[in-house]
Each structure stands twice: as structure tokens, then as C-alpha cells.
Design a protein around this ligand. Structure first.
Ligand SMILES: C[S@@+](CC[C@H](N)C(=O)[O-])C[C@H]1O[C@@H](n2cnc3c(N)ncnc32)[C@H](O)[C@@H]1O
Length: 328
């Protein structure tokens, strides 16, 4: 089996031919997503080749959307189906499952009464699975992004260095940062007390030497008042309401130590209308905002931060924007 570096499907083919009955095709597409997620979940504990052989009908669905192709050696698999390291694979598949659950919840709401929307309306298991999925971002920050930010790794290697994890949720990303920067203290803040409660249980179950350097606090990003305090600030921008994001950004910029970085997760501008409109719908349902990568870059630069750099994650996935507070 091989993971093809090129898409299995020729790029000129339509992504999804909707034909005469678009609703029926899109309903089947939901099942294709289910086939992807269940295949990837099974592949967390078995070789992908065995997983593909174990359920030929499910694998045929993956073939029909160009994610798998049979060849004389077995299967050629699209890179988006074959996962990287085990921890990232688990996080990524949990995030997809969580997205599917949220879509089902959107489908089940009839528009009457208070809609089941927003991060705060999600079940504990969704907060936990989405949160744990975000640990992959913490690992990417520690292993791939920070080493490329001038002076950042050195600052975080100093005893007592401080990281602010805005929207810390269940603390999974905060724990990953504490693991990645063994001398830093990670301060997680969030407006959702229920997530913080889950986070405290996660900290209690984690490596105590790592968890001891993580603190979780009930606090709104708009109330951050520290000045020149942090060597790194992480901001999952799409999850803050537009109002909160606008109010928080100047405070977060001031909370950076001179020469320190703010790294914001942002949604890229999708190149097709379906993903653009779904992105806006899910942002609004999730009490989020419509700032994309370009807009976030502009806002950070308008606040006097510079040396902005963007780091794509997975194709079509979040883009991290890093910006530096000037040295004095
Ligand atoms: C994607 S979740 C974070 C997941 C997190 N990394 C984890 O490990 O669980 C985004 C979080 O931002 C929080 N949030 C939204 N608006 C906020 C604000 N104004 N201030 C602080 N946190 C906020 C939400 O409550 C949510 O827990």
C-alpha cells in the first residue's frame, strides 16, 4: 500500500458531480464522510491495508470519491486518508467525528426555541474530543512553528517563561504546550466553566510534572490586563465572537513581552462556494466570527505587531498566523 503524493483523482474531474438530484448526492456524501471517519478510527489500532480489506463495501465508497484506488500491490491511498503520527491521527479523526456530530445537531434543530448552537451548547464528550484534537496544534506549535519564530524558542527555554492559552477549553492544547516547553508555565483562560471543570479532571489524569505547570482560569480574553507578560500567546480566533475578538486583540497585543509572538489559528478562505458558506454558517452557529487568515493578518499588523508569517496546517484546514511585538 502506498500513500500517493498526488491526488488519486485527476484534478480536472469535478469534486462532486451533483447531477439531476443534488440532495441525494449530498446525502450520500454524508455517508462517504462516515466511511472516512470509521475507516480512520479503525486504522488507529489496525494497519490501514487490513482495515480497507475488512469492509469491502465501505472501501468501495472511498473508491467512489477517489480516496482509494486498487492497484496490483493493494491500495493507493489519498494522502488525506493516510494519517501521520498516531497522536495526530487520533486528534484529526476525533475532530472529524465532532464536526459530524455538530452537523447532526444542526440538522435536528427545527429552528423553534433556543437553538442548540455554540461551543457552550456542546455535550461534554464533544468538548473533550474537540479539545483533545486541538492538542495536535499544541504539538505543532512546539515542534514546528516556534522553532521558526526568531528568538521564540530561546525565550520559552528560560525558567519561568509564560504562555497564555486563550480559550483553553479542556486544557488539552495547554498540556501539549507545557509538554513541549518544559520550563514554561502555561496559563489557560476560558469563559466556559464547564469546559474548565473537564480540563481540571484532564490535568489530574495527566503527567503531574507537566500538569503542575498548567493553570486554568475562568476569564474572558477581553479582560486580559497583563502588560508585557507573555513570551507566547495562542489564540483560537474562529471561536471568539466578533465583538470579543475585536475587544481582546489590543489587550493581547499589550500582554506580549517585547519581541514575543502571538499565534492565531484562523480559517483560510476556501476556494469553493460550498466550503465558504459552510464555514460562515458553522462560525455563526459556534458563536464565532468571520475573520479569515487575511483579515487576521491585517488586524494584527494594525495593532503594531510585525514580522507576520502564515503557517498552513492540513490542506483546507486552519492556517496559523504568527505576529511579533517589536523589540523595545
Ligand atoms: C476550540 S475551543 C478550545 C479547545 C482547547 N484548545 C482545548 O484544549 O480544549 C475554543 C474555546 O474558546 C473559548 N472562548 C470563546 N470565547 C472566549 C473568550 N472571549 N475568552 C476566552 N475564551 C473564549 C470557548 O469557550 C472554547 O472553550
Amino acid at each position: 500500500m502506498s500513500a500517493s503524493p498526488e491526488p488519486v483523482r485527476p484534478s480536472s474531474a469535478p469534486v462532486l458531480p451533483l447531477g439531476e438530484n443534488p440532495a441525494a448526492v449530498l446525502e450520500a456524501a454524508v455517508w462517504a464522510m462516515a466511511a472516512i471517519v470509521s475507516t480512520q478510527r479503525q486504522a488507529l489500532s489496525e494497519p490501514l491495508m487490513d482495515v480497507l480489506l475488512s469492509d469491502p463495501q465501505r472501501t468501495a465508497v472511498l473508491e467512489s470519491v477517489g480516496l482509494v484506488r486498487r492497484d496490483p500491490d493493494g491500495f493507493v491511498v489519498h494522502p488525506s486518508l493516510a494519517q501521520a503520527d498516531a497522536a495526530t491521527a487520533r486528534s484529526a479523526v476525533e475532530a472529524k467525528l465532532s464536526s459530524l456530530r455538530q452537523a447532526v445537531s444542526a440538522a435536528a434543530s427545527d429552528g423553534a426555541g433556543t437553538p442548540e448552537v455554540g461551543w457552550g451548547a456542546q455535550a461534554d464528550e464533544v468538548l473533550l474530543s474537540q479539545g483533545r484534537a486541538s492538542a495536535a496544534t499544541g504539538r505543532a506549535l512546539a515542534g514546528k512553528i516556534v522553532p521558526r519564530l526568531v528568538g521564540c524558542a530561546e525565550r520559552l527555554a528560560a525558567e519561568g517563561s509564560r504562555i497564555l492559552d486563550v480559550g483553553t477549553g479542556v486544557g488539552a492544547l495547554a498540556l501539549a504546550l507545557a509538554e513541549g516547553f518544559p520550563r514554561a508555565r502555561v496559563e489557560g483562560i476560558d469563559i466556559l466553566e464547564r469546559a474548565l471543570g473537564l480540563g481540571r479532571a484532564e490535568l489530574a489524569a495527566a503527567d503531574s510534572a507537566v500538569a503542575a505547570r498548567v493553570s486554568l482560569r475562568h476569564k474572558d480574553a477581553v479582560d486580559v490586563a497583563e502588560k508585557e507578560a507573555y513570551q507566547l500567546i495562542w489564540l483560537p480566533a474562529p471561536f471568539l465572537s466578533e465583538e470579543a475578538l475585536r475587544a481582546a486583540l489590543p489587550r493581547l497585543a499589550e500582554a506580549l513581552a517585547p519581541g514575543a509572538y502571538l499565534v492565531a489559528g484562523t480559517n483560510p478562505v476556501a476556494d469553493d462556494a460550498l466550503r465558504r458558506s459552510v464555514g460562515r454558517w458553522t462560525a455563526v452557529r459556534g458563536d464565532g466570527n468571520s475573520f479569515d487568515t487575511a483579515r487576521m493578518t491585517e488586524e494584527l499588523e494594525a495593532l503594531g505587531l510585525g514580522e507576520t508569517n502564515t503557517f498552513p496546517t492540513v490542506p483546507g484546514g486552519p492556517v496559523l498566523v504568527a505576529a511579533r511585538r517589536p523589540e523595545r
